[in-house]
Design a protein around this ligand. Structure first.
Ligand code: C5P
Ligand code: C5P
Ligand code: ZN
Length: 477
């Protein structure tokens, strides 16, 4: 009876048994190494896991890694922890990890949402193993949260739901107007714990920190003629409305500064303009959606809005400063936050320059995929983000997946691929494409159906493109 109650109470009931098993193993560990990925989801995963381990009274050290390949797992195996908790990666490298486990190097506990490699292990918490979509319904931080709830040391760990929601949004699991499926159980926990609020609001990036004209001008996802990508147009549109645009100091107001009636006025006018300009109805519907606010963060800061928070985290870990992002997740609002904001300015500049470069150079269209090779012009840790942002820009089609290359080091090239929900429904699985095409040329890769990546030897780019083009063609046949 007790178990049945615990299961109904679990944020993701289907994963309850696996979470219990993983938690029990961690409680028995002598020493734990927590290993996580260097993006927003990886950082929040590590933050959730480290708080939960700490509250359970377990000793651990934390390590971040760009990519868990053979060499990285071997490095981990060479340390002397008896238990390694992998978050936001591990499943995709299960074959490699299982070999080390068999050799007695360490016991792996995995909380991940990537497509598992062909192997299994006893302590494995992954939504895909229970028929839950790992690309759309649960992130690495979500899996770590499910584990944290099962570990419950001091308190019930429900406050950590806010970080799990930042991870899910960082992995773009809210693109369908809000979080869905298993993620909803986590949102409900966060709301119940009083750390999260769900609101129906304008679905544009930058509601907390961007001046109103910038909010509209940069709203590339909306693409409203005369407003998106048009600074003067955005200001003119706002000036035609009946609300003050600047505050007492003469600074532009932000969305967060508007009251309910003012927000309603802007949103309605935007929708009217979009309709009048012939914007397709699905894009108009997309202007409003469910948004998530972290209620204990200061209004008007990057931390208040989950989407802006996740960008701030990407600005740290993707530039070798995961320590800064982790500290912010764990509540450091002093030096770490200042440092993260400086890194954010640099990250934004890199994204904008990278995107500009892709727009200028254009992409090469093959039969089934389109691609660009940024070489050393875009950092390999952000080339996937730039590829995703480029989709829909002039010359970049929405009907083919985009494959991006960037130099990793003297011997290797990083590949990032991005698709769309539409293509996935038609059969696209970029995880399989990246894995098979990279293995065919002596590399390795994996990920999700809609977003995946690989590392290949330098000089194999064209052979890789040919293989990927053929695989995508077969999937979409
Ligand atoms: O390793 P991880 O799962 O955390 O990374 C997922 C990556 O896939 C993120 O960079 C995320 O932005 C990207 N993604 C995407 N579109 C989706 C889902 C994920 O670009 N619909
Ligand atoms: O690096 P990028 O953002 O393109 O990664 C997209 C997704 O593919 C992420 O979930 C990442 O963990 C995964 N990936 C992988 N193996 C690689 C590279 C990326 O599983 N070699
Ligand atoms: Zn993830």
């Amino acid at each position: 009876m007790a178990t049945a109650d615990a299961e109904t109470d679990a944020p993701v009931p289907a994963l309850h048994g696996r979470a219990q098993r993983c938690a029990a193993r961690l409680r028995e560990a002598d020493s734990v190494l927590l290993a996580s990925h260097i993006d927003a989801d990886g950082l929040t995963s590590a933050a959730v896991a480290s708080r939960a381990l700490e509250r359970a009274g377990l000793q651990f050290e934390t390590l971040f890694s760009k990519q868990l390949d053979e060499a990285e797992v071997a490095r981990i195996a060479a340390t002397d922890y008896d238990t390694v908790l992998f978050t936001d990666f591990g499943s995709g490298q299960l074959d490699v990890i299982a070999r080390h486990e068999a050799a007695g190097d360490f016991t792996p506990v995995i909380a991940d949402h990537h497509q598992p490699a062909d192997a299994d292990t006893e302590y494995h918490l992954n939504p895909l193993l229970e028929g839950i979509d790992g690309a759309a319904e649960l992130s690495g931080a979500g899996a770590a949260y499910v584990l944290a709830r099962a570990l419950e040391g001091d308190g019930d760990n429900r406050d950590l739901a806010k970080l799990a929601v930042v991870g899910a949004v960082g992995d773009m699991q809210d693109t369908d107007g809000g979080l869905r499926g298993a993620n909803e159980g986590i949102v409900a926990d966060g709301v119940a714990a009083g750390v999260l609020a769900e609101e129906t609001d304008l679905a544009l990036y930058g509601r907390q920190t961007r001046p109103l004209p910038k909010l509209l001008e940069y709203a590339s996802e909306a693409r409203i003629p005369g407003i998106s990508n048009d600074e003067a147009g955005a200001i003119e549109f706002l000036s035609g409305l009946d609300l003050p645009l600047k505050d007492g100091d003469g600074d532009w107001r932000r969305w967060v500064d508007l009251d309910g009636d003012e927000r309603q006025q802007v949103a309605s006018a935007l929708i009217r303009r979009a309709v009048a300009s012939g914007v397709p109805s699905d894009r108009i519907d997309g202007l409003v959606g469910t948004t998530y606010v972290l209620t204990d963060e200061t209004p008007g800061t990057e931390l208040r809005d989950v989407s802006e928070f996740s960008t701030l985290l990407n600005a740290t870990a993707r530039y070798e400063r995961a320590d800064v992002g982790l500290a912010v997740c764990l509540g450091d609002r002093g030096g770490a936050l200042d440092r993260a904001r400086t890194l954010l300015r640099n990250h934004r500049r890199n994204l904008s320059e990278g995107l500009q470069w892709v727009k200028t150079e254009g992409v090469t269209a093959e039969e089934n995929v389109q691609w660009f090779d940024a070489e050393s012009r875009i950092r390999e840790t952000i080339v996937g983000i730039v590829a995703g942002m480029a989709v829909g820009a002039s010359g970049v089609s929405r009907s083919k997946p985009i494959v991006a290359f960037a130099d990793k080091n003297d011997d290797e090239v990083k590949v990032s691929a991005r698709g769309s929900g539409h293509l996935v429904r038609d059969g696209l699985d970029l995880s399989a494409v990246m894995r098979e095409a990279s293995r065919a040329v002596g590399g390795d890769g994996g990920g999700h159906d809609v977003a995946a990546g690989a590392t290949i030897p330098r000089g194999e780019r064209d052979a890789f493109i040919e293989a990927a083009d053929e695989l995508v063609g077969e999937q979409l046949e």
